[in-house]
Design a protein around this ligand. Sequence first.
Ligand SMILES: [Zn+2]
Length: 407
Amino acid sequence: MVKIFSVRHIPYIKLFLLLACTQPKENYLSIHNRLLTLDTHADTPLNFAQEGFDFANAHDPWKTGTQVDLPRMQAGGLDGIFFAVFLSQGPLDSGSIDLAHQKTLDYFSSIYQVVEQNKELVAVATAPDDLGKLNNQGKKAIYIGLENGYPIGYDLTRAWQYYNLGARYITLCHGTNNQICDSSTDPSGPLHNGLSDFGKELVAEMNRIGMMIDVSHISDSAFNDVLNVSKAPVMASHSSVRSLCDHPRNLTDDMIIRLAEKGGVIQINALSSYVKTPGPNLERDSAMAEIRSKYGSYDQMTPKKRDEFRKEYLVLKERFKDDLAAVSDFADHIDYVVDLVGIDYVGIGMDLDGGGGLKDCYDVSEMPEITRELLKRGYSEEDISKIWSENFMRVFREVDQYANQVP
Ligand SMILES: [Zn+2]
């Protein structure tokens, strides 16, 4: 037997152990910056037309109400983002649908314009590998998703048209039912009891062309129909866990299990009331009710009134900032999905510029806080890398692969 250590080695072993224990842990920021990070849902294009907003400049989130711009993306070490082309639901006559389609094309143009103005530092991305490739060139990846299939109308070729303009997912509906499916939040209840016949055709067409299907916003029965019809994995671009926060926008355990069984992914939303049910706060609730009655419905406001409302609303939001959910609440949703189905089926879609924002990670510049929290909870760098982009990119690749093998 070879004797490796003898008594005379003991002081050296002690010294080694001492050094190992006192070695400072690597800083969470350097780990965060090494990872490829992707957020799969931001409504930032809504701000492009806002007076005084320039994507190239940093803005104060509490003064402007904006949460994403290029300097803050750099500060937050976010490498890629899906900008939503968002259309609110309107009537289903052909005139209204065509107007929505025109508006959709205008949104695409505005994204390309902003990218062109910042082309040294950002580029439109359309493939899973673009995130890493652009990162190597020192550029942020701007992916595009369509939030609400409303402007497709009943014309399947529009899905292909949006794909050719760079869109890589379509959220089938928004807050109310449309021609494709039922929404999880329509106050009038279900219209199709799931996917409509047209919705089923659209899902098949999306599979065929390689467009990801986003199940965020859709009703539970529409979700189940999508899972039955889709031949490729699907994803929820910005939804959280209903067992932790009982809201119809969130997914039940059964839905998360079905999603995972099909190889999909749930990207956790940071919209506070989907993360943590807000506790009672009389002062906040009456102040919010007061400005709501003062200004009436947002849709009816003139642009000037909207501006005034926005300013007053932001002051209130900042005043009651402490009521927002925290990064630790957000990470509870990640933990929950990991415990339920494993590490491979969860990611991040904070819904910034669309209502998302946590008290200690309110805009894109604070995203390293999420990595810090996950490290604190014992996730390895490999796990965190899956959460920040790899899980979602697996779905993206499989959707691509399916499209490439069908005629
Ligand atoms: Zn949304």
